[in-house]
Structure formats: C-alpha cells, structure tokens
Ligand binder design. Sequence first.
Ligand code: LMR
Length: 394
Amino acid sequence: MFETLTQAPGDKILALMGEFAADTRTDKIDLGVGVYKDEAGTTPIMSSVKKAEARILAAGKTKTYLGIGGNKGFGSAILDLSLADAVDRSRVRVAQAPGGTGSLWVLMQLVNRARPGATIWVSDPTWPNHKPIAENAGLKVATYPYFDTTTRGVKFAEMLAALDKLTKDDVVLLHGCCHNPTGANLTNAQWDQVAASLAKTGALPFIDLAYLGFGDGLLEDAYGTRKIVAAVPEALVAFSGSKNFGLYRERIGAAILIARDAAQADIAQSQLLNVIRSSYSQPPDHGAEIIRVILEDKDLRAEWETELNAMRNRMIRLREKLADAIRAKSNSKNFDFIAAHRGMFSLLGLPNSFVEHVKAANGIYMIGDSRINVAGIPEDRVGDLADAFIAAIG
Ligand code: LMR
C-alpha cells in the first residue's frame, strides 16, 4: 500500500534542529528553533515547575481519565490568565489540548465544521505550521500584508485595509503577542483599530497566543487578545504553555471559544469535544496539572512570574546588546529594529544567501527566512555575531 506515497515535505524549523546537532564545530550558535535558553545555553526546568511536580508526585492517587476537555482547574486558570474579565464567562468555553499546535488543530477543525472550506487569513509571513494545520482541517489559506521588509516593522495601513475588506465568512489568524517569525508587533492603538475592524466586518478573530509574557509582560501582552474578545461576538484563542512555563515536551495548551451566548457556546463546545474525542480522545494531564498547581498557589505563582520576568528581561537585554554591537561596529542603525522587536524572534529580512553564508562560514544557525531566536544568543558571543552579520552583508 505504501508504494502509493511520495515523500512529504519536511518541517524547516525541526529539520534545522537536526542539522545543528550534526554540526561538529564547538563554537556553533543555535538561533533556530523557538526554545528559550539561559546564560549557560541550556533550557532548564523552571523552579516553580519542579516544585509543582514534586507536589503532584506526592499527592497523586490515581491516573484515571479526566474527561475529553481535560483538567478543569487548568482551563479556568488559563481563562483568568489570558482573558481575565474581558468577556462574560457564560459565553466562554475552554478545552485543554496538546500544546499550542494541538489547540490550533482542534479549533481549526471546529471552524471547518461551522464553515466548511472557509478562508483563514494569516499574516505575511506567519509561523510555517499555520498553513498545513489549516489545510489539514479543510480550510483555505490566504494572506494579509504584515511585515515591512524595509522598516522591519508592521505595514499597518496595508494590514488594516486588507482586514477591512473581509466578510463574516472569513477567519483572521492574529498573533496575540510576540509575532512569530517577525518579532514586529502591533501597538495598543493598532490593536484597538483591528478590534474595531473585526467588529465592523464580522470576520472571526482566531488568536494564536503562544508567547504570553515573553514580550512586555503578562498584562501588556494580553492587551490585544482582551481588546478583541471584548469587541466581537465570537472569537477563538489557542493558548500555549510551551514557552512561558517551559513545558515544551509536555504538550500543554488550551483551545478557547467565545460564542454569542451561552446556548451557542454549549453547542460549539459539544462540537469541539467531539473533534477531540475522535482525534486523540483526551489530552495528557501532566503539563496541565503543573500549570494548575502553579497558578492556584500564591507563592508558586509569584515564583513563576519572577522566573518569567527574568526570561523576558534577558531576551530584551540580548536584543539591545546585539543591536548596540552592530551599530558600534558598522556605524549603522540598520539593525536597531532588533532592539525594538519583542518576543523570542526577529526576522532580519535578509536573503537566504546570507543565512547559508553565516551557517557555512561561522556555524550560526537561523531559519532560512532569516528568523533568529534571540534567546539562543550566547551573551559572551554577541560581538562575534555582530562581526559575522556585518561581514556577511558586506
Ligand atoms: C518555533 O517557531 O520555533 C516554535 O514554535 C517551535 C515549533 O514547533 O516550530
């Protein structure tokens, strides 16, 4: 039977992880996959997570099923964290899902049940897995203008003009904060305009919230999501706990839906649970229970927020150091955008020949579109990076 198959395309981000691992150079630098790294270049388990795990291990009495929607305490804690009181909870439903990707997957299946073959508009560019997930769910994918390759900021006027043309049959995928891959984000005033546009056209906002707390702070990063859910009758949010809780391999996320009223929310939720039951039956619990324990305990929550703040501040510092070093060495402000971007990534806006050159000549790995993971920058190698970038640009 398998002779009918042809080779599937690889994932460029995960393929680069393998390529980096196989490189024998000891001074290589990994700016590829979106994984946080500390000063030592490792991705440690957060101390709040370790403590929550110890409590879970000590208190655990059963591994029986939790149900299709997963861990209920986790679900409500994530609603508090992401939406707070932006929308009446009677219209909101949540289901735990395996990671941000799992949340995107089940919500896109839900969209296709509501509007078979609908078009989902994604930013140009967007995370490379958005398109395959949407297409697997049966949706069509189109793009709206987003990144300005000259300023390395957002082409906001063009973006808004495109959103203004949408109809109630369209779906718009927005990055709630910390845009991946560009690092260029909307201002609060721009979020206000996007919310007003969606309220006017009736297009369904679908917010990917994978980096809450990695940009400017937990509250600051939730601004756009809260503004939008408060402004429109229906919305979807895919939350990920991979990055902000460092739980990558535990696969923990939440699929959130906001409906017009409680009755429609119940019906939509029944469809969402039906998608889950017929896909993987129920989500795994460990990551959800860790997050529930942390968010429900005052001390653990404070410790987690301190750890999250430290990660964010380190990324901002690395951004500033790299921009400063390039400015000092090249006498050009052309890379100051790195310091202005937020989140884990910056899209340098340079050609693939640059990416291939720094990989071959310097062992610096970044995604082929010139996306760098700023958390991967070793602080003592900022100068080397700046030299390599300047030499490659020529
Ligand atoms: C990334 O963009 O590098 C991360 O979201 C990891 C992934 O799954 O692609």
